[in-house]
Design a protein around this ligand. Structure first.
Ligand code: DMJ
Length: 453
């Protein structure tokens, strides 16, 4: 056999590696995709700037601005800022920081949703501050944190859902574990940066209060009254309304090193694997069950559930992580976009769950799995997802939600998390690992990387 022939055979073998095998990557193979994501990020950001600058979000088909409340909180600019920095658009980021510094005021006399403002605005300001050390960003973060604190003044320590940023008046007794327990990262970082322990104490207490009310099976429900600590909804899942409560126990431990948080995560994970984990012909996922008896199973898989493979991988269970991400990917591939929910026993979409909201969770898990396993399968998954988004969601001004994944009828909104999370994770998975050193940071639930302490 000639040397040339041998080399050719080796090259062919490398190209035919079975899916799931870890193969040597050529450094340039994925670069064009990373560059393409970057171009799309800039194009979407410029679309927002041109048609909606100063507002919270872009209506991305009609090209109009949209605010969440009676005045803008600059949600998209703040959510998108660290993405501009990570992708190397330094000049653009600098002028955006100047814009935010001169236009952003948290002195707003209306109620805002604590959870959303925390993850999108406080998280965005803190990660951008750590990347730039621009004191104006930390000043804004501290002011916002102080205005959110009154929401935690309840007899249980679990926060109200809404708080008036001017008066501190809070309302919204009926909340859920995610909206009660998704503060440890942002508030913990704010405590570290300001030297004031109060933020972290309030956040830790809120998560602890949920944990104290877990059922005998170590499960939590989806709705709770924060004034008396009574459960109002007992459906237990890993999905919306509970998801980031779990996420912040594991990630909170990674950020702060507090062992209590890891113990809480481990307790819940064992229960989830015992009562919710399901393996059927369609694959492996976590069903919904009643928190008190582990029964009354509902075979639903949600788009939001797709963050969980990332959590499994981070806690060392790559076997379940791989299997679950396969299930989420088959949900995606059923219509080449992901509906909000499917019945995983029949693959039918329940009425009202037909939309794809440009959600990031599935690419987030691809990114984590690629990091933890080095398996190129996850880059290929992300490539397929990106191509599908380009085909069905791209608009003149950016990207839009799709109302129905079967008909592909477009909606008219680019949620801020599409820049904050979806495109950021796509960029990172196609980029060399040193673009952002994964093990030195913890990503918030809104994909804002905070330095580990
Ligand atoms: C984001 O705002 C956050 O990731 C949140 O935790 C739930 N999901 C949305 C995007 O899907």
């Amino acid at each position: 056999m000639t040397k040339k022939y041998l080399l050719l055979c080796l090259a062919l073998l490398a190209g035919c590696a079975a899916p799931g095998t870890v193969k040597q990557e050529s450094p340039d193979e994925w670069k064009p995709l990373a560059e393409q994501v970057k171009r799309e990020y800039l194009r979407s950001w410029e679309g927002y700037k041109k048609r909606a600058m100063g507002s919270d979000e872009l209506l991305s088909v009609s090209g109009e601005p949209r605010n969440w409340y009676k005045e803008s909180l600059l949600i998209t600019p703040i959510d998108a800022l660290d993405g501009l920095l990570i992708m190397g658009f330094r000049e653009e980021a600098d002028s955006l920081i100047a814009y935010i510094a001169s236009h952003c005021s948290w002195d707003k006399d209306f109620e805002v949703q604590l959870f959303e403002v925390n993850i999108r605005c406080l998280g965005g300001l803190l990660s951008s501050y750590e990347m730039t050390r621009d004191e104006r960003l930390l000043g804004l973060a501290k002011d916002l944190g102080d205005r959110l604190l009154p929401a935690f003044n309840t007899s249980t320590g679990m926060p109200y859902r809404m708080v008036n940023l001017h008066t501190g008046a809070a309302s919204g007794d009926l909340s859920n574990p995610a909206e009660v327990g998704t503060y440890i990262l942002e508030f913990g970082k704010l405590s570290r940066l300001t030297g004031n322990p109060e933020y972290l104490e309030k956040a830790r207490r809120a998560s602890r209060e949920i944990f104290l009310r877990k059922s005998e099976l170590d499960l939590v429900g989806e709705s709770i009254d924060v004034t008396n600590g009574q459960w109002r909804g007992t459906l237990s899942s890993i999905g919306g309304m509970i998801d980031s409560y779990y996420e912040y126990l594991l990630k909170g431990w990674r950020l702060t090193g507090e062992p209590e948080l890891k113990d809480m995560w481990d307790t819940h994970l064992a229960a989830l694997n015992r009562y919710l984990a399901s393996e059927t012909a369609n694959g492996f996922w976590y069903q919904r069950v009643n928190m008190t008896n582990g029964k009354e199973r509902m075979p639903l898989l949600g788009a939001l559930d797709a963050f969980f493979p990332a959590m499994l991988a981070m806690s060392g269970d790559t076997l379940r992580a791989r299997k679950m991400l396969d299930a989420c990917f088959s949900m995606w591939n059923a219509h080449n976009l992901e509906p909000e929910m499917i019945d995983f026993s029949t693959m039918a979409i329940p009425h009202g769950s037909e939309a794809y909201h440009l959600r990031p969770e599935i690419v987030e898990s691809c990114y984590y799995l690629y990091h933890y396993t080095g398996d190129l399968r996850y880059r290929r998954m992300a490539k397929k997802i990106f191509e599908d988004i380009l085909r069905s969601c791209r608009t003149e001004f950016g990207f839009t939600e799709v109302k129905n994944v079967i008909t592909k009828e477009q909606g008219n909104l680019m949620p801020s998390y599409f820049l904050g999370e979806t495109l950021k994770y796509l960029y990172l998975i196609f980029s060399p690992p040193d673009t952002l050193p994964f093990d030195e940071v913890v990503f918030t639930t809104e994909a804002h990387p905070l330095r580990r302490q």
